[in-house]
Design a protein around this ligand. Sequence first.
Ligand SMILES: *[C@@H]1O[C@H](CO)[C@@H](O)[C@H](O)[C@H]1NC(C)=O
Ligand SMILES: *[C@@H]1O[C@H](CO)[C@@H](O)[C@H](O)[C@H]1NC(C)=O
Ligand SMILES: *[C@@H]1O[C@H](CO)[C@@H](O)[C@H](O)[C@H]1NC(C)=O
Ligand SMILES: *[C@@H]1O[C@H](CO)[C@@H](O)[C@H](O)[C@H]1NC(C)=O
Length: 441
Amino acid sequence: MSSSRIIYVMFVVILVFGLRNKCLGARDFKIRSLVALSSPNSTYHYDVDSNVVDVTTLGAKGDGETDDTKAFLAVWQAACEKDSATLLIPSDYQFLVGPLTFLGPCKSNILFKVDGDVIAPVNPKAWASKPLNWMNFSKLNGITIVGDGTFDGQGAAWWKNSEQEDTVNAKVEANYQSLRPTAIRFYGSYDVTVQDITIRNTPQFHLKFDSCTSLYVFNFTTSSPANSPNTDGIHLQNSEDVEIHHSTLACGDDCVSIQTGCSGIRVHNINCGPGHGISIGSLGKDRTKACVSNVSVYDSDIHDASNGVRIKTWQGGIGQVKSVSFSNIEVSNVKVPINVDQFYCDKKVCSNQTSGVFISDVTYEKITGTYSQTPVYLACSDEMPCTDLKLINIELEPVGANENDPFCWNSYGDQENGVECLQPGRPPNDPSHTQSPDEKC
Ligand SMILES: *[C@@H]1O[C@H](CO)[C@@H](O)[C@H](O)[C@H]1NC(C)=O
Ligand SMILES: *[C@@H]1O[C@H](CO)[C@@H](O)[C@H](O)[C@H]1NC(C)=O
Ligand SMILES: *[C@@H]1O[C@H](CO)[C@@H](O)[C@H](O)[C@H]1NC(C)=O
Ligand SMILES: *[C@@H]1O[C@H](CO)[C@@H](O)[C@H](O)[C@H]1NC(C)=O
């Protein structure tokens, strides 16, 4: 059989399997991922079924000026009550839509087909008093957002206010800034796919998942300027079983940010930059407990970024980051390609604390390319040294002529071929012995 026939047969098998196992989305998800991996250049299969609800049939004008929020809500409610519905945002239209909650659960899986463009109101004052999210998808089970359309958050007005922080009443301004909306947020959802769409100029994060399971992001694009504040590309928290791949993420903060409560995360074939790289954390703020495990990031390019792959934790937190690997990452003009910062601090000075989030079993393999500041910066805490680190085939050259030494502090593990900076063996105050049961994950 030719490979396309094999793939076709697999699709049929998956379709049948998927239909028979609607409530077993996790299994469906895993098989689907395998197909996507075996043919990374083709979209995964979906059907636009006959149950299409088009936003223009329920009153949306799509002229870029009329407020189409009500029509979007009506079309969602209609789709949500149907068996296997497709919600269509047709091409050649531009829909002006304010903050919206797409609340589930729905009667069946929803295909949210975005062929046209959706734009947010420009003036932050036109938003509700506490928007927080622009598109708020909540409590859904089985949803796919796909299409070559764009969500434009028109964030410039929000970013500008951030620059003016010093000139206006700082407290009011800080409060206002904390309201900057995320463009698309999924909460408490299961079996979510985001494919092909673009999100640009977001006021805050582009795509956020909170308390979700079985997530699949493929051929996704974000585009916001390097100086737009807190515009993470994809922000994950309390989420499990996630695959993000073949996506182009340009933003003003982390391309992918992995926060507490995440495990089973695979990120690969990402083109990241400009931005702050791919990060775990920051974790343990305000003495909280943070647990992150089983994360792998591989086969990716990071360029024009402040960091490559980074783990950042606040002092005073508890918990653990473990079983993480970063491999085959090509960096270009990245300030600090490999970064662990257990002294993360957003003020000038943060006092040293006696607890920290324990970092162990982190492998860096084949990280190559150019840095503009420090090739490897591992600043682990005095109380909670990092253990079982591996640096293998690290080949980093300075962008200019000035070569800088790697920096390693309280970092223990093994190294081969390249950077030599870790201490061998285990620290005298090994956290795997000193962490108390409530500090552990
Ligand atoms: C998002 O939707 C949830 C419903 O699950 C609601 O409680 C929450 O207030 C909404 N958030 C925003 C910012 O719209
Ligand atoms: C990726 O998405 C774009 C639309 O943004 C689409 O034109 C293209 O065909 C998709 N590529 C793949 C490989 O699916
Ligand atoms: C790690 O996560 C992957 C999914 O990314 C999952 O298949 C695997 O079972 C997990 N491994 C462990 C030890 O939990
Ligand atoms: C915290 O500890 C680090 C490492 O020992 C040291 O470099 C730094 O100066 C300390 N910071 C403060 C504020 O004491």
